[in-house]
Design a protein around this ligand. Structure first.
Ligand code: LMG
Ligand code: NDP
Ligand code: PMR
Length: 399
């Protein structure tokens, strides 16, 4: 069942990534101080643009893929006992941090085949090896979320591989806190929202068909969220705060030309763009749930895995921040979690039989017990979720 597919084409751009953080209301006390509701964020407007001329053609995905028919969901052992086949899970951004740790945790159970959907094949390959993931437990396939062509190409390649899709994990992200000016995806969307939200939005919408075809007993679509997008937490109140405003920038295409690069139409701010993208991720999960859970039975979830202060997400931050941030989170906020621990948390959302409730934003308390967390007002605004969904459909060419 181990199929191999690889891209001949390395990722189109080398993008910085970002991560998210989150602290839920419940785990949000700092120095014993309880948190109250958020304060208003301020924003302004500007427009900057860069040109996206690289229409990335990810045409050449090597089909080292051994096409097989979708395996039956159960097989019989010699003793006549039925056993469940391996689950098949696509994880975006599995070449580092949370995605890699999740792939590792799932592979170790022996119950999952992981499709690592990554923009840098070599990096992913090295990462899988150094994490000790057994060869038969993973397949690397090229996906650059900063190019909608690449997303569509990935979906084609995945389908050609013949593998089933039981769980999709939208995990990859970039974080550009020090960028002074916006940069853009292949289609000209501001890079953070373009990658973290729009790329995943198209991917998830297209792969829904594949999830629907799966005969696996628990099908799931997970979009990683974060505390920093939730203004009902202390972490979510560190400026700049997430705020989608009236979505005028998103409506305008986030291109920094005739519209702002920011969703709310304000001046570009890389840290805010990341947090806004996480709000979109959490809204999208809920909109999926409202529109499709009943009809499909798919579990839609999001989560804040804890503050994984050591990941590549902070690669673009200043060196002082990267040095101070882990001890700050470890000893002061106590929100720190290791990559391994966070990977186990996300692996639970993928496979734990007790986490099948749909429409939930999961968090973990200090003893690492999961609980259904409360989203901020904006991140649970159904009307905004509907609008983000509808505008996003247009931007990615689905409507
Ligand atoms: C912003 O900058 C950018 O402006 C914005 O564009 C965007 O990029 C955003 O969200 C990203 O970042 C952030 C800037 C100010 O912070 C930094 O980049 C510097 C690093 C700060 C990281 C947090 C580490 C805090 C220090 C931890 C120290 C560890 C160990 C100390 C232990 C001491 C024990 C004696 O970020 C801000 O939001 C400004 C906030 C400024 C207040 C910082 C105060 C720290 C609060 C908590 C700790 C205080 C306790 C120590 C007291 C010591 C007293 C002697
Ligand atoms: P990392 O930077 O370690 O991982 C991000 C992954 O996304 C990398 O594999 C990266 O690929 C990939 N990626 C970035 N851009 C693209 C792209 N255009 N196409 C495909 N893949 C891409 O960060 P984390 O592990 O911390 O972040 C993972 C998730 O966790 C994110 O959704 C983040 O928001 C979330 N999160 C993180 C927190 C934290 O404290 N770190 C807290 C809360 C949430 P490459 O390896 O090639 O760079
Ligand atoms: Mg935050 C309980 C307190 C808490 C938690 C859990 C986080 C998580 N942060 C907390 C508090 C604070 N942070 C405080 C008091 C400050 C001011 C010193 C602070 C600052 C801070 C900065 C500058 N924090 C940050 C940054 C980032 O650049 C990170 C970010 O916002 O990325 C978008 C970040 C984070 N804090 C977190 C988490 C999980 C992050 C990573 C962001 C994410 O992945 O969403």
């Amino acid at each position: 069942m181990a199929l191999q597919a690889a891209s001949l084409v390395p990722a189109s751009f080398s993008l910085p990534k970002e991560g998210k953080n989150g602290v839920s209301l419940k785990d949000s006390t700092l120095f014993g101080l309880p948190l109250t509701e958020p304060i208003k964020a301020d924003f302004s407007s500007s427009a900057l643009r860069c040109k996206r001329d690289l229409q990335q053609k990810v045409g050449a995905v090597r089909a080292e893929t051994v096409a097989t028919a979708t395996p039956a969901v159960t097989k019989s052992t010699p003793e006549g006992k039925k056993t469940l086949r391996k689950g098949s899970v696509v994880i975006t951004g599995a070449s580092s941090g949370l995605g890699l740790a999740t792939a590792k945790a799932l592979a170790e159970t022996g119950k999952w085949h992981i499709i690592m959907a990554c923009r840098d094949f070599l990096k992913a390959s090295r990462a899988a090896k150094s994490a000790g993931i057994a060869k038969e437990n993973y397949t690397i396939m090229h996906l650059d979320l900063a190019s909608l062509d690449s997303v569509r190409q990935f979906v084609d390649n995945f389908r050609r591989s013949g593998m089933p899709l039981d769980v999709l994990v939208c995990n990859a992200a970039v974080y550009l806190p020090t960028a002074k000016e916006p940069t853009f995806t292949a289609e000209g969307f501001e890079l953070s929202v373009g990658t973290n939200h729009l790329g995943h939005f198209l991917l998830a919408r297209l792969l829904l068909e594949d999830l629907n075809k799966s005969d696996y007993p628990s099908k799931r679509l997970i979009i990683v969220g974060s505390i920093t997008g939730n203004t009902n937490t202390l972490a979510g109140n560190v400026p700049p705060k997430a705020n989608l405003g009236d979505l005028r920038g998103l409506q305008g295409g986030l291109n920094g030309l005739n519209s702002s690069a920011m969703i709310d139409g304000g001046d570009f701010d890389g840290a805010k763009a990341y947090k806004d993208s996480k709000v979109c991720n959490m809204l999208t999960m809920q909109e999926f749930h409202r529109r499709l859970h009943e009809e499909t039975g798919i579990t839609f979830s999001s989560l804040y895995p804890g503050c994984i202060a050591t990941t590549g997400l902070f690669r673009e931050h200043i060196p002082l921040f990267r040095t101070l941030f882990p001890p700050f989170q470890k000893y002061i906020t106590k929100g720190f979690v290791s990559e391994d621990e966070a990977g186990k948390r996300l692996a639970q959302v993928v496979s734990d039989p007790s986490l099948t409730k749909s429409g939930v934003y999961w968090s973990w308390n200090k003893t690492s017990a999961s609980f259904e967390n409360q989203l901020s007002q904006e991140a649970s605004d159904a009307e905004k979720a509907r609008k983000v969904w509808e505008i996003s459909e247009k931007l990615v060419g689905l409507a």
